[in-house]
Write a protein that binds this ligand. Structure first.
Ligand code: SAH
Ligand code: SF4
Length: 362
């Protein structure tokens, strides 16, 4: 006999927007007004423990007891922390999280006084194959669900609150390509920006993309107003595709045009990420080509010396050459900042902690 109970896959409460959670409750005969209490527990108080909640009225209490938990049809996302490392300067804390299917992802909490930022992953692995990136080197495993993205932000909330501080900013700059997992990422952001819960405003959120042109155009058309960071790394097709193989699908001219459209539609300047790699993309001639490419777009370039990874033999650009690169951009009127990826000692480059732990445990 077919068991219809076990044939439906359990769903996560953290995958639901407020409206969807309300539909779920109403569908089960509850009044819509119960949604707020459950939403508050999930997203404002960042808890998955519903056992002692005085604000759950009896119908909601009974519904939760009957429907949420192990072996029930609904569950709450709370990934297990398998590693929690702090950098020696105390400003970066990096978590390795194990998902339900034993996949591991990274979440990084970065703190400057009063300004805390969480960097979340959007996929396990990545299909884009950037040669210098530890996540790219492992290949694509799977997309994250909205709840798995939201749960990383909630973990950061709990961590920061325990230290008496609060979350200010979110960057989608961890493992994976956010615009390759568009729908799940946008649902996660709808949940994260909901003022009844986490309530981070769009201007506090940055999406970093390798340059998925259709995704950028869709984002522009939807006018969601998030900051956009585009990982460029090369100023000619040849230079770029050697580092970012996926870029062959979206020519530079199309990418820059999509960035212009995004900037015009949202009024935002575009951040361009540039990993500086000695001899690969750090010459004065490249800086001039980059400046020419960005002329006419409201932009800011972040120059980031390469974090070495095991699967790539390149080295970081020396400080003097980085300053020279920046000077060339400045002379052409393009603003930039030279940044260090925070906490190299906690392997805070994208995908590096996971790569390290996997190596150790083999
Ligand atoms: N997939 C998205 C977001 C995640 S990667 C993207 O590519 O933008 C976040 C940033 O880290 C990107 O700018 C990426 O180029 C950079 N990055 C990845 N590996 C790096 C490394 N080893 N050293 C320096 N920057 C790196
Ligand atoms: Fe993917 Fe970004 Fe890494 Fe490239 S840099 S492989 S797009 S995660």
């Amino acid at each position: 006999m077919l068991d219809t109970q076990t044939s439906t896959k359990p769903r996560s409460l953290h995958d639901f927007t407020f409206a969807k959670l309300e539909r779920e409750l109403v569908g089960d005969g509850l009044r819509p007004s119960h949604t707020r209490a459950l939403w508050r527990a999930l997203h404002r108080e960042a808890t998955c423990d519903f056992s002692q909640r005085a604000d759950f009225l009896p119908p909601l209490r009974r519904w939760v007891d009957a429907n949420v938990g192990n072996d029930a049809r609904l569950f709450a996302d709370s990934p297990e922390v398998v590693a929690d490392t702090a950098s020696s300067d105390g400003l970066t804390r990096k978590f390795l999280l194990r998902l339900d299917d034993a996949q591991t992802i990274e979440t990084v909490v970065m703190g400057y006084t009063g300004r805390h930022t969480v960097c979340v992953s959007t996929q396990a692995g990545c299909a884009m194959g950037c040669v210098f990136c530890a996540t790219g080197q492992m290949g694509f495993v799977r997309h994250l669900r909205p709840g798995e993205i939201v749960a990383q932000v909630l973990l950061a909330q709990r961590t920061l609150r325990a230290n008496g501080s609060a979350l200010r900013n979110l960057v989608l700059m961890g493992m994976g390509e956010p615009l390759h997992n568009y729908d799940a990422v946008m649902t996660a952001l709808d949940i994260i920006t909901d003022s009844r819960g986490i309530g981070l405003g769009p201007s506090r959120i940055s999406i970093s993309t390798v340059g998925v042109v259709p995704g950028i155009l869709r984002l522009a058309a939807e006018k969601r107003g998030y900051h956009l960071a585009v990982s460029l790394h090369g100023a000619s097709e040849e230079e770029r595709s050697a580092l970012v193989p996926a870029s062959r699908r979206w020519p530079l001219a199309e990418l820059i045009a999509a960035c212009s459209t995004y900037s015009e539609q949202t009024g935002r300047k575009i951040f361009f990420e540039w990993t500086l790699i000695a001899g690969a993309n750090d010459s004065p001639a490249t800086a001039e080509r980059l400046a020419a490419l960005l002329t006419g777009i409201r932009s800011h370039v972040n120059l980031i010396p390469l974090n070495p990874t095991n699967g790539f033999s390149g080295t970081a650009t020396a400080a003097a050459a980085a300053i020279e690169f920046q000077r060339t951009l400045k002379a052409a009127g393009i603003p930039s900042t030279i940044r260090q990826r925070r906490g190299i000692d906690v392997a805070a480059g994208c995908g590096m902690l996971r790569a390290e732990k996997t190596r150790v445990s083999r």
